[in-house]
Design a protein around this ligand. Structure first.
Ligand SMILES: [Zn+2]
Length: 310
Protein backbone atom coordinates (compact mmCIF):
# COMPACT_ATOMS: atom_id res chain seq x y z
CA UNK A 1 0.00 0.00 0.00
CA UNK A 2 1.39 3.40 -0.94
CA UNK A 3 1.70 6.11 1.66
CA UNK A 4 -1.01 8.16 -0.06
CA UNK A 5 -3.41 5.18 0.01
CA UNK A 6 -2.60 4.68 3.68
CA UNK A 7 -3.54 8.28 4.44
CA UNK A 8 -6.73 7.98 2.35
CA UNK A 9 -7.75 4.81 4.23
CA UNK A 10 -6.95 6.34 7.57
CA UNK A 11 -9.06 9.37 6.75
CA UNK A 12 -12.01 7.17 5.76
CA UNK A 13 -11.83 5.14 8.95
CA UNK A 14 -11.53 8.16 11.26
CA UNK A 15 -14.63 8.60 13.36
CA UNK A 16 -16.70 11.55 12.17
CA UNK A 17 -16.95 12.94 15.64
CA UNK A 18 -13.16 13.23 15.95
CA UNK A 19 -12.98 15.08 12.65
CA UNK A 20 -15.66 17.46 13.78
CA UNK A 21 -13.83 18.03 17.05
CA UNK A 22 -10.60 18.85 15.22
CA UNK A 23 -12.44 21.31 13.02
CA UNK A 24 -14.05 22.88 16.06
CA UNK A 25 -10.70 23.25 17.86
CA UNK A 26 -9.33 24.92 14.73
CA UNK A 27 -12.36 27.24 14.68
CA UNK A 28 -11.76 28.14 18.31
CA UNK A 29 -14.95 26.44 19.53
CA UNK A 30 -12.91 24.30 21.91
CA UNK A 31 -9.82 25.25 23.88
CA UNK A 32 -7.21 22.84 25.16
CA UNK A 33 -5.77 23.58 28.60
CA UNK A 34 -1.96 23.63 28.49
CA UNK A 35 -1.79 22.41 32.09
CA UNK A 36 -4.15 19.39 32.04
CA UNK A 37 -4.79 18.85 28.28
CA UNK A 38 -8.56 18.80 28.85
CA UNK A 39 -10.71 20.28 26.09
CA UNK A 40 -13.28 22.80 27.22
CA UNK A 41 -16.01 24.47 25.21
CA UNK A 42 -14.56 27.97 24.66
CA UNK A 43 -17.87 29.62 25.56
CA UNK A 44 -17.87 27.86 28.98
CA UNK A 45 -14.21 28.77 29.46
CA UNK A 46 -14.94 32.44 28.78
CA UNK A 47 -17.88 32.31 31.19
CA UNK A 48 -15.35 31.07 33.78
CA UNK A 49 -13.03 34.01 32.95
CA UNK A 50 -10.51 31.77 31.10
CA UNK A 51 -9.80 29.70 34.19
CA UNK A 52 -9.73 25.97 33.34
CA UNK A 53 -12.84 24.37 34.80
CA UNK A 54 -10.95 21.09 35.23
CA UNK A 55 -7.66 22.08 36.93
CA UNK A 56 -7.99 25.81 37.72
CA UNK A 57 -5.16 26.85 35.40
CA UNK A 58 -5.34 30.59 34.69
CA UNK A 59 -5.00 31.18 30.96
CA UNK A 60 -3.76 34.45 29.53
CA UNK A 61 -6.33 37.25 29.32
CA UNK A 62 -6.04 40.25 27.00
CA UNK A 63 -6.71 43.77 28.23
CA UNK A 64 -10.19 44.09 26.67
CA UNK A 65 -11.36 40.89 28.30
CA UNK A 66 -9.80 41.86 31.65
CA UNK A 67 -11.56 45.23 31.64
CA UNK A 68 -14.86 43.47 30.86
CA UNK A 69 -14.23 41.06 33.76
CA UNK A 70 -13.50 43.80 36.32
CA UNK A 71 -15.53 46.84 35.32
CA UNK A 72 -19.32 47.15 35.55
CA UNK A 73 -20.99 47.12 32.14
CA UNK A 74 -21.11 50.47 30.38
CA UNK A 75 -19.01 52.37 32.95
CA UNK A 76 -15.51 52.15 31.37
CA UNK A 77 -14.00 55.46 30.20
CA UNK A 78 -10.57 55.28 28.55
CA UNK A 79 -7.90 57.82 29.41
CA UNK A 80 -5.14 59.12 27.13
CA UNK A 81 -5.96 56.83 24.24
CA UNK A 82 -4.32 59.29 21.87
CA UNK A 83 -0.77 58.60 23.12
CA UNK A 84 1.19 56.81 20.39
CA UNK A 85 4.66 55.24 20.53
CA UNK A 86 7.50 56.68 18.43
CA UNK A 87 10.93 55.34 17.55
CA UNK A 88 13.32 58.00 18.88
CA UNK A 89 16.40 55.72 18.75
CA UNK A 90 15.64 54.44 15.21
CA UNK A 91 16.16 51.01 16.73
CA UNK A 92 16.70 48.01 14.51
CA UNK A 93 17.15 44.39 15.55
CA UNK A 94 15.90 41.72 13.15
CA UNK A 95 13.32 44.27 12.11
CA UNK A 96 12.93 48.04 12.48
CA UNK A 97 11.16 48.97 15.73
CA UNK A 98 8.80 51.26 13.79
CA UNK A 99 7.71 48.29 11.60
CA UNK A 100 7.38 46.05 14.63
CA UNK A 101 5.11 48.63 16.24
CA UNK A 102 2.97 48.92 13.12
CA UNK A 103 2.61 45.15 12.75
CA UNK A 104 1.71 44.67 16.43
CA UNK A 105 -0.82 47.50 16.32
CA UNK A 106 -2.50 45.93 13.30
CA UNK A 107 -2.50 42.46 14.87
CA UNK A 108 -3.81 43.47 18.29
CA UNK A 109 -5.88 46.57 17.53
CA UNK A 110 -4.04 48.29 20.39
CA UNK A 111 -1.85 51.40 20.20
CA UNK A 112 0.55 50.22 22.91
CA UNK A 113 0.82 47.66 25.70
CA UNK A 114 -1.47 49.20 28.32
CA UNK A 115 -5.06 50.42 28.54
CA UNK A 116 -5.94 52.92 31.24
CA UNK A 117 -9.21 54.46 32.32
CA UNK A 118 -11.85 54.75 34.99
CA UNK A 119 -14.96 52.75 35.75
CA UNK A 120 -17.05 51.22 38.50
CA UNK A 121 -16.28 47.96 40.30
CA UNK A 122 -19.53 46.77 41.84
CA UNK A 123 -20.62 50.40 41.91
CA UNK A 124 -17.34 51.74 43.36
CA UNK A 125 -15.23 54.19 41.30
CA UNK A 126 -11.75 53.03 40.33
CA UNK A 127 -8.79 54.10 38.19
CA UNK A 128 -7.61 51.00 36.34
CA UNK A 129 -4.55 50.20 34.23
CA UNK A 130 -4.38 46.86 32.38
CA UNK A 131 -1.21 45.70 30.65
CA UNK A 132 -1.58 43.54 27.54
CA UNK A 133 0.99 40.79 26.99
CA UNK A 134 0.01 40.45 23.33
CA UNK A 135 1.62 43.80 22.57
CA UNK A 136 5.36 43.05 22.44
CA UNK A 137 5.21 40.97 25.62
CA UNK A 138 3.55 43.77 27.60
CA UNK A 139 6.88 45.58 27.52
CA UNK A 140 7.11 48.96 29.21
CA UNK A 141 7.97 51.64 26.67
CA UNK A 142 7.50 55.40 27.00
CA UNK A 143 3.77 55.22 26.22
CA UNK A 144 3.11 52.55 28.85
CA UNK A 145 5.03 54.64 31.39
CA UNK A 146 3.31 57.89 30.43
CA UNK A 147 -0.20 56.39 30.43
CA UNK A 148 0.27 54.76 33.83
CA UNK A 149 1.84 57.92 35.20
CA UNK A 150 -1.09 60.05 34.00
CA UNK A 151 -3.53 57.48 35.41
CA UNK A 152 -1.92 57.74 38.86
CA UNK A 153 -1.82 61.56 38.64
CA UNK A 154 -5.50 61.64 37.66
CA UNK A 155 -6.36 59.31 40.55
CA UNK A 156 -4.38 61.52 42.95
CA UNK A 157 -6.31 64.57 41.80
CA UNK A 158 -9.71 62.84 41.88
CA UNK A 159 -8.95 60.78 45.03
CA UNK A 160 -9.60 57.43 43.34
CA UNK A 161 -8.22 54.01 44.25
CA UNK A 162 -5.78 52.64 41.66
CA UNK A 163 -5.52 49.05 40.41
CA UNK A 164 -2.87 48.07 37.85
CA UNK A 165 -3.12 44.58 36.36
CA UNK A 166 0.48 43.71 35.46
CA UNK A 167 1.53 41.33 32.67
CA UNK A 168 4.93 42.16 31.29
CA UNK A 169 8.32 40.91 30.23
CA UNK A 170 9.80 44.15 31.60
CA UNK A 171 11.34 47.20 29.96
CA UNK A 172 11.12 47.60 26.16
CA UNK A 173 14.67 47.17 24.92
CA UNK A 174 13.88 48.96 21.64
CA UNK A 175 13.49 52.19 23.63
CA UNK A 176 16.66 51.71 25.69
CA UNK A 177 17.17 54.24 28.48
CA UNK A 178 13.85 55.95 27.70
CA UNK A 179 12.11 52.75 28.71
CA UNK A 180 14.11 52.38 31.94
CA UNK A 181 13.25 55.97 32.91
CA UNK A 182 9.57 54.98 33.10
CA UNK A 183 10.30 52.99 36.27
CA UNK A 184 11.38 56.11 38.17
CA UNK A 185 8.61 58.22 36.61
CA UNK A 186 5.76 55.93 37.71
CA UNK A 187 7.40 55.36 41.11
CA UNK A 188 7.52 59.17 41.53
CA UNK A 189 3.83 59.54 40.66
CA UNK A 190 2.98 56.74 43.10
CA UNK A 191 4.96 58.46 45.88
CA UNK A 192 2.83 61.61 45.47
CA UNK A 193 -0.29 59.41 45.38
CA UNK A 194 0.78 57.68 48.59
CA UNK A 195 1.27 61.08 50.29
CA UNK A 196 -2.48 61.57 49.88
CA UNK A 197 -3.04 58.27 51.73
CA UNK A 198 -4.90 56.67 48.84
CA UNK A 199 -5.09 52.98 47.97
CA UNK A 200 -2.99 51.34 45.27
CA UNK A 201 -3.38 47.62 44.48
CA UNK A 202 -1.19 45.99 41.83
CA UNK A 203 -2.50 42.63 40.55
CA UNK A 204 0.40 40.47 39.37
CA UNK A 205 -0.52 38.06 36.59
CA UNK A 206 1.57 35.64 34.55
CA UNK A 207 4.21 36.83 33.83
CA UNK A 208 5.25 39.94 35.78
CA UNK A 209 8.98 40.39 35.36
CA UNK A 210 11.89 42.80 34.80
CA UNK A 211 11.48 46.54 35.20
CA UNK A 212 7.76 46.22 35.97
CA UNK A 213 8.48 44.03 39.01
CA UNK A 214 11.31 46.38 39.93
CA UNK A 215 8.97 49.38 40.03
CA UNK A 216 5.19 49.77 40.24
CA UNK A 217 4.30 46.06 40.54
CA UNK A 218 5.95 45.93 43.97
CA UNK A 219 4.95 49.39 45.24
CA UNK A 220 1.37 48.53 46.20
CA UNK A 221 -0.31 49.03 49.56
CA UNK A 222 -1.78 45.57 49.02
CA UNK A 223 -0.19 43.31 46.41
CA UNK A 224 -2.42 40.63 44.90
CA UNK A 225 -1.33 37.85 42.53
CA UNK A 226 -3.05 35.26 40.38
CA UNK A 227 -2.26 31.59 41.20
CA UNK A 228 0.94 30.13 39.76
CA UNK A 229 1.99 33.35 38.02
CA UNK A 230 5.68 33.82 37.28
CA UNK A 231 6.84 36.90 39.16
CA UNK A 232 10.46 37.95 39.25
CA UNK A 233 13.14 40.34 38.08
CA UNK A 234 15.80 38.45 36.14
CA UNK A 235 15.04 35.04 34.64
CA UNK A 236 15.85 31.84 36.50
CA UNK A 237 18.66 30.83 34.15
CA UNK A 238 20.37 34.23 34.36
CA UNK A 239 20.35 34.14 38.18
CA UNK A 240 21.64 30.56 38.30
CA UNK A 241 24.45 31.37 35.90
CA UNK A 242 25.41 34.53 37.79
CA UNK A 243 25.27 33.03 41.29
CA UNK A 244 26.40 29.56 40.19
CA UNK A 245 23.77 28.16 42.52
CA UNK A 246 20.68 26.01 42.00
CA UNK A 247 17.51 27.92 42.83
CA UNK A 248 14.77 26.36 44.98
CA UNK A 249 11.75 24.62 43.42
CA UNK A 250 8.84 26.97 42.69
CA UNK A 251 11.13 30.02 42.84
CA UNK A 252 9.52 33.10 41.20
CA UNK A 253 5.94 31.87 41.53
CA UNK A 254 3.06 33.64 43.29
CA UNK A 255 2.99 30.92 45.94
CA UNK A 256 6.72 31.26 46.70
CA UNK A 257 6.44 35.05 46.91
CA UNK A 258 3.41 34.83 49.21
CA UNK A 259 5.34 32.51 51.53
CA UNK A 260 8.26 34.95 51.62
CA UNK A 261 6.20 38.08 52.17
CA UNK A 262 6.42 39.78 48.77
CA UNK A 263 2.76 39.21 47.94
CA UNK A 264 -0.18 39.78 50.32
CA UNK A 265 -2.75 37.39 48.84
CA UNK A 266 -3.24 35.03 45.93
CA UNK A 267 -6.65 35.58 44.44
CA UNK A 268 -8.37 33.39 41.87
CA UNK A 269 -9.47 35.38 38.81
CA UNK A 270 -13.07 34.35 39.37
CA UNK A 271 -12.96 36.08 42.79
CA UNK A 272 -10.88 39.10 41.78
CA UNK A 273 -13.66 41.59 41.14
CA UNK A 274 -15.40 40.75 44.40
CA UNK A 275 -12.15 41.00 46.40
CA UNK A 276 -11.16 44.32 44.80
CA UNK A 277 -14.60 45.77 45.53
CA UNK A 278 -14.33 44.59 49.13
CA UNK A 279 -10.84 46.08 49.59
CA UNK A 280 -11.95 49.40 48.13
CA UNK A 281 -15.07 49.54 50.30
CA UNK A 282 -12.96 48.70 53.40
CA UNK A 283 -10.89 51.80 52.61
CA UNK A 284 -13.94 53.90 51.99
CA UNK A 285 -13.00 56.56 54.60
CA UNK A 286 -10.03 57.45 52.39
CA UNK A 287 -12.31 57.98 49.40
CA UNK A 288 -14.98 60.39 50.65
CA UNK A 289 -16.53 60.75 47.21
CA UNK A 290 -17.47 57.07 46.83
CA UNK A 291 -21.23 56.87 46.34
CA UNK A 292 -21.99 53.54 48.04
CA UNK A 293 -25.41 52.25 47.16
CA UNK A 294 -27.85 53.08 49.90
CA UNK A 295 -28.36 50.36 52.50
CA UNK A 296 -26.38 47.80 50.54
CA UNK A 297 -23.74 45.91 52.51
CA UNK A 298 -20.65 45.35 50.40
CA UNK A 299 -19.82 41.70 49.85
CA UNK A 300 -20.34 40.25 53.34
CA UNK A 301 -19.88 36.76 51.86
CA UNK A 302 -16.27 37.34 50.76
CA UNK A 303 -13.63 35.10 52.37
CA UNK A 304 -10.82 37.63 52.42
CA UNK A 305 -10.21 39.74 55.46
CA UNK A 306 -7.15 41.93 55.49
CA UNK A 307 -6.06 44.52 57.98
CA UNK A 308 -4.14 47.39 56.52
CA UNK A 309 -2.21 49.84 58.66
CA UNK A 310 -2.55 53.40 57.51
ZN1 LIG B 1 -6.68 22.52 32.95
Amino acid sequence: MSLLDWFANREKSEPIIQKRQEREIADGLWTKCVACDVLTYTKDLRANQLVCTECGHHMRVDSDERIAQLIDDGTWKSLNEHLKPTDPLKFFDRKAYSDRLKDTQEKTGLIDAVQTGTGLVDGLPLALGVMDFRFMGGSMGSVVGEKLCRLVEYATQERLPVVIVCASGGARMQEGMLSLMQMAKIAGALALYRDKQLLYIPVLTHPTTGGVTASFAMLGDIILAEPKATIGFAGRRVIEQTLREKLPEGFQTSEYLLKHGFVDAIVSRTQLKKILAQLISLHQPFFPVIPLLKGEASHPESELSLKVDR
